[in-house]
Design a binder for this molecule. Structure first.
Ligand SMILES: Nc1ncnc2c1ncn2[C@@H]1O[C@H](COP(=O)(O)OP(=O)(O)OP(=O)(O)O)[C@@H](O)[C@H]1O
Ligand SMILES: [Mg+2]
Length: 248
């Protein structure tokens, strides 16, 4: 059965998409069949891999997902693109519980062919993120090493626990990842200390450094692993892959 990893944090710009894309690329390069699900209407996940968003949202159309899944330039990495279609996004974001259930089942049914699935969530705790959490086996939360890093986390954890209590839910805490780590900054070490004290061992040993190669890669439609194989960002994401693969 696939491990379905939901990359979520309601805060914007903390490295969700970057982590989902590079982790997916790294796991695929380890020879595991991997799917990246772009669930964010911004569609940054799709464009980071040089792919186009869909005209209609695959989860609204309810066609078999394999008809919407595309191959990427990375071997063994497939993509379910999202859509910016306003009506579809609005429809998904305002879905009633019963319909959210349908979407979740539809999503889960389409994932059986994969070893690993990574879901890139929008920066919100709305219906899309909750559907993603309900369909997942674990949640990975990137936290940016900045002043307000921990703000809003209690809300996020409340939502995660709510999903965990749902019947049929297989969701577990997958891990907390520190991103945009800058060892030269005192603040980075403060956030690192605080997060590790609060969350304990679910925080990954690996931290993702701030690295310009990581920020440049999406504009070339590539993961950082392909764009700058020797960069610090690539080393960090490969290390993270190892940690994720080991945590079964
Ligand atoms: N390790 C890093 N080093 C340098 N820049 C980074 C790093 N990680 C992410 N970035 C840059 O920071 C910005 C935000 O990252 P990203 O898009 O992954 O965040 P996000 O949480 O998905 O944002 P949103 O909430 O809008 O979906 C992007 O421009 C990205 O290229
Ligand atoms: Mg994003």
């Amino acid at each position: 059965m696939a491990r379905i990893i939901c990359v979520a944090n309601q805060k914007g710009g903390v490295g969700k998409t970057t982590t989902a894309v590079n982790l997916a690329a790294g796991i695929a390069k380890a020879g595991l069949r991997t799917l990246l699900v772009d669930l964010d209407p911004q569609c940054n996940g799709a464009s980071s891999l040089g792919c186009q968003p869909a005209l209609r949202h695959p989860l609204v159309e309810m066609r078999p997902l394999r008809e919407s899944i595309v191959e990427t330039a990375v071997k063994d990495l497939h993509l379910l693109p999202g859509s910016r279609n306003f009506h579809d996004v609005d429809h998904l974001a305002n879905a009633e519980a019963r319909e959210t259930d349908l979407v979740r089942h539809h999503l889960q049914r389409g994932l059986a062919a994969y070893d690993y699935v990574l879901i890139d969530c929008p920066p919100s705790l709305g219906a899309l993120t909750q559907t993603a959490l309900a369909a997942s086996t674990e949640v990975l939360m990137p936290i940016q090493c900045e002043y307000f890093a921990m703000e809003g986390l209690t809300q996020m954890i409340h939502v995660i626990r709510g999903v965990m209590r749902q019947e049929e839910s297989r969701l577990e805490f997958g891990g907390i990842l520190l991103t945009m780590f800058d060892p030269g900054l005192e603040l980075t070490h403060e956030v690192d200390g605080e997060v590790r004290e609060f969350f304990g061992e679910i925080v990954f040993d690996t931290v993702i450094p701030r690295d310009v190669a990581v920020a440049e890669a999406p504009s070339h439609g590539q993961s950082v692993l392909d764009y700058a194989p020797r960069s610090r960002g690539t080393r960090a994401y490969l290390e993270l892959c190892m940690e994720v693969l080991e945590r079964v």
